[in-house]
Design a protein. Structure first.
Length: 223
């Protein structure tokens, strides 16, 4: 079964609340693209600092719609080692760290409870797979970026991602492989044929006139 995962780039807490509520009872999980303006130029909630996130850390608040929908946090940030434990507290079901921004895998691995929360490593199309191979037996999934310039929605598809997917599938026949970036109706089938099992899409879903219909179209394309 191929997962279709809507991607949300929350501008602020209100935007996060609105976007997450859209997908309640539509999909079981959404991806939150979290950007600090350092690892990538763009910045999203909760940066530079948001009182709602502070309240999440003290468990005075829960994430919007937390009782009704799960989320994975794609941490496109500098020093993710300092943040993974915070996203565990925030309630993430999956946490994604980018190999290019990582400096201490052991701290990251220790901060994400094995068996309770999935840990994924993301890799750019411009990064050699040799960078990720040493960690494949200690993570739950890989996220292959489908674009050369990450942190932006609507970027052109980078076909080098297909080689990454095929190579990872050969190394890890059972590992979930997620794709983020330029996942649309033109690329979805090729990505699944290459070995992808999770498709993360922002623009193709959120900018559609009928976002539920767009998700259904994805499902019909790949199942």
């Amino acid at each position: 079964m191929i997962e279709i995962i809507p991607a949300i780039m929350p501008r602020d807490y209100d935007d996060l609340d609105e976007k997450m509520s859209l997908f309640v009872n539509v999909v079981p999980l959404v991806q939150l693209d979290i950007m600090d303006g350092k690892f990538v130029p763009a910045r999203t909630w909760p940066y530079p600092r948001d009182p709602h996130f502070d309240a999440l850390m003290t468990e005075e608040e829960g994430m919007p719609s937390w009782e009704d929908i799960n989320f994975e946090a794609d941490l496109m940030i500098k020093d993710p080692e300092l943040w993974v434990a915070k996203w565990v507290i925030a309630g993430a079901s999956r946490i994604i760290v980018h190999i290019e921004g990582m400096s201490d895998f052991e701290t990251i691995r220790a901060g994400v409870p094995e068996g309770l929360i999935e840990l994924g490593l993301a890799i750019n199309t411009t990064t050699s797979l040799s960078a990720i191979e040493p960690y494949l037996d200690r993570i739950d999934f890989v996220q292959c970026m489908g674009i050369a310039r990450i942190g932006f929605q609507g970027e052109p598809f980078d076909e080098r991602v297909l080689d990454h997917v095929r190579a990872i599938r050969a190394l890890q026949p059972e590992m979930p492989i997620s794709i983020d970036g330029s996942v649309n109706f033109d690329t979805a089938r090729a990505l699944v044929d290459a070995g992808a099992t999770r498709l993360v899409s922002g623009s193709a879903i959120l900018e559609a006139d009928d976002f539920v219909g767009a998700i259904n179209k994805f499902e019909n394309l790949v199942q």
